[in-house]
Design a protein around this ligand. Structure first.
Ligand SMILES: O=C(O)CCC(=O)C(=O)O
Length: 328
């Protein structure tokens, strides 16, 4: 018997669960709605897919898991905003009026148009950044001043830190300046922030070479080429040689033409690896780099003295245009 008892009262969630449980049993939700649904319920995409695929919960168990994950964070007001947005209402910003919040300047916006990325200075306060930085060190059992501790097994050979809900990271997701800048770039305020992880990229050592991510796209390269934003928040100062976020500026404007130059039999990703050079972006503690998802990007080897510590997040509106086909 299909379990349809619902306490969250979000029909799309039931469809999402049914499609994961038995692919083909219901028409899948549009991709933008899936993303809104998970972000609105404060769920990380990977943790949700893992849970659904490994645990195979009933629908009631899935709802209980969502509430438990959020530990009281899912208020009636936030659920109501999500329901209204899914019903087609243009809801306002999650963090209140953005009218008097300082966002990106004219120059920042011109930089965005030309280069496809922008540095939002002091997106969060230095103190908020420091709190999140320390949360990441603590989670990994590391000491910022003890270089031996940076290579503990807790990190593995990766720069990703799957810390999702520490209060310091949660707080950063509501920073008004971050919501304002994204509202400017999207041209709307009904935004949903992803529940993304942290990152720690320590200086390279012989036994810890830079593991990537190397140059890549997270987006389909199929047309239509639509807008989506990705973001990284620096939790401490980052120099160019300190494992900085890197990208190929301007490629959001030239991608279509560049794709026509990819030789037959070679993938765009392979061709990009061989021919494109990324620019590392230095910035300060609390600054956020926002980039167009059509820019090839990655991290870079840390050749400095201290780890680069960061938090990832993206903001998207309820509905947005996207290319259905996946081409890499
Ligand atoms: O950590 C970085 O600098 C790059 C992040 C990245 O490649 C990504 O988020 O897809």
């Amino acid at each position: 018997m299909v379990d349809t008892v619902t306490s969250l009262e979000i029909d799309e969630l039931h469809t999402y669960w049914a499609c994961q449980r038995a692919p083909g049993s219901a028409a899948p939700l549009p991709q933008d709605i899936q993303k809104t649904l998970l972000a609105g319920l404060r769920l990380n995409v990977l943790e949700t897919l893992r849970y659904l695929n490994y645990e195979k919960p009933s629908y009631a168990q899935f709802e209980a898991w969502i509430r438990e994950r959020n530990d009281g964070e899912l208020t009636d007001a936030s659920l109501d905003r999500l329901r209204r947005a899914l019903a087609g209402e243009r809801v306002g910003s999650e963090v209140g009026s953005l009218d008097h919040v300082e966002g990106l300047s004219k120059d920042d916006l011109a930089h965005w148009d030309e280069h496809g990325y922008v540095i939002l200075r002091q997106a969060i306060s230095a103190e908020a950044a420091r709190n999140a930085e320390m949360a990441i060190y603590d989670h990994l059992g590391m000491n910022p001043d003890d270089s031996e501790s940076w290579y503990r097994e807790s990190l593995g050979h990766s720069i990703w830190v799957p810390l999702l809900r520490h209060p310091a990271l949660v707080a950063n997701r509501s920073a008004p300046r971050i919501h304002k800048a994204h509202a400017q770039l999207w041209g709307r305020e009904d935004l949903w922030v992803t529940i993304d992880q942290g990152g720690l990229n320590p200086p390279e050592r012989e036994d810890w070479p830079f593991p990537g991510p190397h140059l890549h796209w997270d987006a389909t390269l199929a047309e239509p080429h639509c807008l989506e934003l990705q973001g990284i928040l620096y939790l401490a100062d980052v120099e160019e040689d300190q494992g900085a976020f890197s990208c190929v500026p301007g490629m959001h404007r030239t991608l279509k033409q560049w794709l026509s130059t990819v030789p037959a039999g070679v993938s765009a990703q392979q061709h990009a690896h061989r021919t494109l050079t990324m620019k590392p972006i230095a910035a300060k503690r609390g600054d956020m780099i926002i980039w167009h998802h059509l820019l090839p990007h990655g991290s870079s080897p840390n050749r400095a003295q201290r780890p680069r510590v960061a938090q990832y997040m993206s903001l998207r509106p309820t509905r947005f245009a996207y290319a259905d086909k996946w081409t890499s």
